[in-house]
Write a protein of this length. Sequence first.
Length: 397
Amino acid sequence: MTEILSPDNEQAVSQIILDCKANNQSVKITSGGTRSGLGGTVQATKTLSLKSLSGITLYEPAALTLVAKSGTTYKEIQTTLAAEGQRLAFEPMDHRSIYTSQGEPTIGGIVAGNISGSRRIQSGACRDAFIGVRYICGHGEVVKNGGRVMKNVTGLDLVKLMAGSYGTLGVMTEVSFKVLPAPERQATLLIAGLSVEQAVNAMSKALGSPFEVTGVAHLPNNQDTSHTLLRVEGFDSQVTYRLDKLRALLVTNQDVKIIEGSKHEDLWQTIRNVDIYNDQAKQLWRISVKPSDAVIIAQQLREKTNADLYFDWGGGLIWAQMDDQLTNAQSVRQIMTGFGGFATLVRASATTKSKISVFQPQASGVAKLSALIRQKSDPSGIFNPNLLTSMNLNGGG
């Protein structure tokens, strides 16, 4: 059984890495353990748990800045920010439903996967709010990059590079974020009965409008009819005005309603967390594409894999659940060769994962650059071995 190490300070983390390097040992980096299904199966000598490296070290509501140790739970951060009427803008996904995992998601794991939800279309990804980091590299040294304010960066931006690196560049010990005020009101315009093509056109029109939608999704088969969802957030009067304008812009004779309150929150939580695709026997893909390609990609996925699908990010993100067969996984990879984008195999059996790349294969030049960056940061290959086979650092998030 792999030895589990639980340091409670940065110095102890550094010493563990130095010891592993000296003894030619590798480490699996974990914390809350809720996203352990992401990526390939890590085969390491030791497990480094960051659960004890926890706590908010700085919070300045007036400066819209929060700094926390990497093992701090997202729940603690949410509670702290909500008390001041603030939030993290990128509303990270909770993977517990699709993996039936336990524990609590932590902020370090969120950054490591660049985990971003439906609001990405308006507020950006996790990495866009991520402004500072402290981490231990493969040499056992403490590296600090970024700060506590948004600013221009010259040279290699290690902060952005760490977001989406899946723990392969170093062990993050502290992370800093820009936070934003929470809105006074949130509401969703629901349009029933649109086809995928009609929905993508409507979502693109909404995103191109001046009415600032913060979530745009399409559920093709929701209770026997499709639901197209447009979320608006802000001051009460602004929300009312923008909903009215969106209704006039997009709707002719479809069934339309406004959703608010707890139903609204539950709806977007379900979309963000992919709660409807929790069948552990099924293969699950996260496919990031140009919205203009979404209709034809969806058509090909249905024809070749008989997948269940829904769309987020205005069609830019497709979630696809299908039978866990190698031929289905191969079909997804084959379909994606004709389009730019990133297809990540989020859930599958160990057998399927062993026979196909979990992450989108890289172009040769990018693969060489990614390998060089990992070699410079972790020359002994200590961190999360086998988690990656081929991927773009920061790709597809």
